[in-house]
Design a protein around this ligand. Sequence first.
Ligand code: ZN
Length: 422
Amino acid sequence: MEKQSLIICGKLFDGIKDELQENMEILVEGRKIKEVGKNLSRPKDVEIIDLSHLTVTPGMIDAHVHGNLMRWQEVDNILFHSEGYSTLAFLHTAERCLERGFTTIRCNGMGPLGYGIVDAKRVIDRGLFPAARMNVGAHMLGGPGMPGDMSMYAYENQPLSDFMQIDTIGSGPDFFRTQVRREVKYGTDFIKIFLSGSFLSPDGGPEISYLDDEELETIIRTAHDLGKPVTAHVYPPRMMKKLLQFGIDGMEHGALMDEETARMFEESDTYLVPTFSPFQDTLEDNDDMFAKNTADSQMKLKKFAPRLKESRRIIRESKIRLGYGSDFCAVHQPYESWYEYRSWLRSGMDPFRTLKAATSVNAGILRLDHLVGTIEPGKLADVSAWHRDLLTDCDALSECDFVMKEGKVYPTDNKIIDEEYV
Ligand SMILES: [Zn+2]
């Protein structure tokens, strides 16, 4: 007989209903949820976990994490990290996420040069390291100079820059066909491409393109032939429209959204992970935080600020299938995954839409909805609990009180490591 525990919930958000249910209980048996309801019968020897003072939710999911740094300050010398160090950084990140109530993270294509990121995922999946489950896009695919091409930092020294460029950066359909097949062979869960430039990397800006139509079509078709989804880093509407026409599975950021593109999104099944956090300081005119960006990024953000604000409204008012992703470790790492909750609520997003994005919708995006994302019989017992009011408190996810992953309870830790950055 597997171990059984009964969780008594103060309130329960189950990932499905727009409601905080009262007097609910969850019976966990082994790794899975067995029953959910009121006044459940209590099996002999059941362990009682009393969370009657807390709001219980499914384990949270962050769908856009870059876990390759131990601390945000390291971003300046990222090129000098060994394969091993980067791999350990992913374990460290996944461990911190679990301690903070995020039981699953999707790592967005910034793995070490080799496939250490897949090793980190395997070690966690095999139960050998206590950390959030990882869903990985091993590397970023795109053209030379794209955001995420860290060799750009050495562009004034061509031999050095060429040496530093990762294998998945290149040109031509044949090149990308091979790279997609390699990524899948070595264990990637999805393919991450960089179509447009960006605000926060030393590239040509959010409106330029690093892949042509032939390359895009080849990448998407090859990944689909191998049964893997594709998501794209993208900003301008014309590029988002093109991706929708090519049948891409999802997009990241989309922060220059217009009405016409939003309508096209709504008619498709394509998701958007809008990563509000990196743009929050610009939208809120938070000058002190804004000043921490590089001079190049500040210039780009200022130029596009009105469109970024308009885009946020369009996304909020749309019915686009939105996932929750913080983009952390790339920008304001100390804020971590919870910070995205603040960004959503302060943007006027409905709290239940936000909570669903971070649970059931994200589970679908990760193709893990048969396992996680809701509190239902048969699902893995991934459960988090919070003492703050999830419906009114923007910072509610900053303090996690309880976390269970696959039926096992782990310690929580809410401390912020880099105080000076908050
Ligand atoms: Zn990112």
